[in-house]
Design a protein around this ligand. Structure first.
Ligand code: FES
Ligand code: FES
Length: 163
């Protein structure tokens, strides 16, 4: 099958490639540009581990072809923090044991990031609703919700301090 040109901005950097029209966005992110923080589980939209931000909104990268994202802006977990300088959401997951194996964590953190960017003070019910499409086999979810609640508090306090 003829390859197609695609231009996708990931974490602020534009990537231009010739790709198979059936290449999934998740495979583009992991294999074409080597950002393996985006995980792949079911590949049919059921588990949520492949979630990234597509033009600022959470989207499942296993359900989109890369060519459908031509011109789009994607944000992956690699855009948030570093091991020595964690983002407040990552810090809160660390402090509240919001992860065990970590397989679901990049998508959970990005989902929280999207939620907190549009709602700085989500209720517990709103947090639970936001992560409703993200499966976690390890934690039982309570510590994930605790983590997002604490991240929201810390991010609000950080904004007040900066004001
Ligand atoms: S890998 Fe995309 S939803 Fe499961
Ligand atoms: S921490 Fe293992 S799947 Fe969530």
């Amino acid at each position: 099958m003829a390859k197609m040109p695609v231009s996708i901005t990931v974490n602020g950097q534009r990537y231009e490639r010739e790709v198979d029209p059936r290449l999934l966005l998740s495979d583009f992110i992991r294999h074409e540009i080597g950002l393996t923080g985006t995980h792949v589980g079911c590949e049919n939209g059921a588990c949520g581990v492949c979630a990234v931000l597509i033009n600022g909104k959470t989207g499942l990268s296993c359900l989109a072809f890369a060519v459908q994202c031509d011109g789009d802006e994607i944000e992956t977990i690699e855009s948030l923090g570093t091991p020595s300088d964690l983002h407040p959401i990552q810090e809160a997951f660390w402090e509240n044991h919001g992860l065990q194996c970590g397989f679901c964590t990049p998508a959970m953190v990005l989902t929280a990031h999207e939620l907190l960017s549009r709602n700085a003070s989500p209720s517990r019910a709103e947090i639970i609703e936001a992560i409703g499409g993200n499966l976690c086999r390890c934690t039982g979810y309570q510590t994930i919700v605790d983590s997002i609640e604490q991240a929201a508090e810390q991010m609000r306090a950080g904004k007040e301090e900066a004001a």
